[in-house]
Ligand binder design. Structure first.
Ligand code: ATP
Length: 373
């Protein structure tokens, strides 16, 4: 296994309208044995980044190292990486056994060696009973496991995954996610995984790289991303439903206080933020609060801001309920445990505890203050 070091890596594409930076220069040091997930919406540059690491896409600027070796200009086969694709890329005319054995045969491994490695990978992935089948005789999940197995038998320095679970139904995705997590725990291999699904990113990644429009927004472990998003993009991309973001300004006065645009409501901010906020302009801030931290009702302690809202939509999800409410132009979602729920159009009070708030700059989107200091 090996570390992967990206230094100033960037990708420029050229077309008739000119040159486009699809991936802006960035640095990232991935540790030996680490599981890193690249996540972001469609077109953010995650696949391009992975393909640059694989050697399937040229690197426009910067340097790439795998272990101590600079591989920036090396072809894929000299990088010792194995890639697992979304579309499996299995050979349809070969059996599972032959698909697994293929790369080893190319390397000229002995018959006995191939057999041992194929059976080892099949064992790890629960494919023993399927070795004589052709890909068309397999379910989507089984095919994806064969694709994983093909990467496994190569014992690469680094595993690269390009949305490997997108073609599977929701239940299989959860099952395969568990298998990949288990494989990582067993092999302690370096894994780099691309997905647009933030739940997949949060459950698999030891560290997550959030990309947006070709730029890295934040690199952090899942919990840190969730608790301290660096900007409004990360705040709204990570977590479902998204963090509530309310535009407004800082109110005049002795203690820090946020006032929603139009004066619809105010939220007292933690007193210890006073100094940090003292110097900044009052206008142009965004208040953030996670839906699960919004309380329904006014009886919860005395320090929370009470916001009188109208219920626009109630979503019953079984174990929990999402209540979408609004006050003038501001929309707030609360996530609560299943129980009695308000009716559509009902007036309710939501409570926002100061300690649960995040504050961002409205122009740059950057985080101004942590929710806990
Ligand atoms: P998706 O989830 O849709 O695959 P992505 O985040 O993986 O998206 P990339 O495929 O890395 O995004 O593409 C990043 C940007 O680079 C996009 O704006 C895309 O249009 C552009 N791009 C990708 N390949 C090329 C190419 N060969 N020529 C020109 N532009 C390209």
């Amino acid at each position: 296994m090996a570390s992967v070091t990206l230094s100033g890596i960037a990708k420029t594409y050229e077309d008739r309208s000119g040159r486009h930076l699809a991936v802006h220069p960035f640095d990232l040091a991935i540790g030996d044995g680490e599981f890193v997930v690249l996540v972001g919406p469609s077109g953010c540059g995650k696949t391009t980044t992975l393909r640059m690491i694989a050697g399937l896409e040229s690197i426009s600027a910067g340097e790439l190292k795998i272990g101590d070796r600079v591989v920036t200009d090396l072809p894929p086969k000299e990088r010792d990486v194995a890639m697992v694709f979304q579309n499996y890329a299995l050979y349809p005319h070969m059996t599972v056994y032959e698909n697994l054995a293929f790369a080893l045969r190319l390397r000229g491994a002995s018959r006995a060696d191939i057999d041992r490695q194929v059976r080892e990978a099949a064992g790890l992935l629960g494919l023993e009973a399927l070795l004589e089948r052709k890909p068309r005789q397999l379910s989507g999940g089984e095919r994806q496991r064969v694709a994983l197995g093909r990467a496994l038998v190569r014992h690469p320095q680094v595993f690269l995954f390009d949305e490997p679970l997108s073609n599977l139904d929701a239940k299989l995705r959860v099952q395969m996610r568990r298998e990949i997590a288990r494989l990582h725990a067993e092999l302690r291999a370096t894994m780099i995984y691309v997905t647009h699904d933030q739940v997949e990113a949060m459950t698999l990644g030891e560290r997550i790289v959030v990309l947006h429009a070709g730029r890295v927004q934040q690199v952090a472990p899942p919990r840190m991303l969730y608790e301290k998003p660096e900007n409004t993009f990360v705040a709204s991309f990570i977590g479902s439903p998204a963090m509530n973001l309310v535009r407004g300004e800082l109110a005049d006065g002795q203690d820090p206080c946020f006032r929603a645009a139009g004066g619809a409501f105010s939220v007292a901010l933690p007193a210890q933020w006073r100094d940090a906020l003292g110097g900044r302009p009052k206008a142009g801030v965004v208040l953030g609060v996670r839906p699960e931290q919004v309380l329904v009702g006014a009886e919860h302690g005395s320090d929370g801001a009470r916001v009188h809202c109208r219920v626009d939509l109630v979503e019953l999800l079984g174990g929990e309920v999402l209540i979408h409410a609004s006050r003038e132009e501001h929309e707030i979602t609360a996530r609560i445990a299943a129980g009695p729920v308000p009716r559509l159009g009902e007036e309710i009070t939501l409570t926002i505890p100061p300690a649960a708030t995040h504050l961002f700059d409205a122009d740059t989107g950057k985080r101004l203050l942590p929710n806990r200091q």
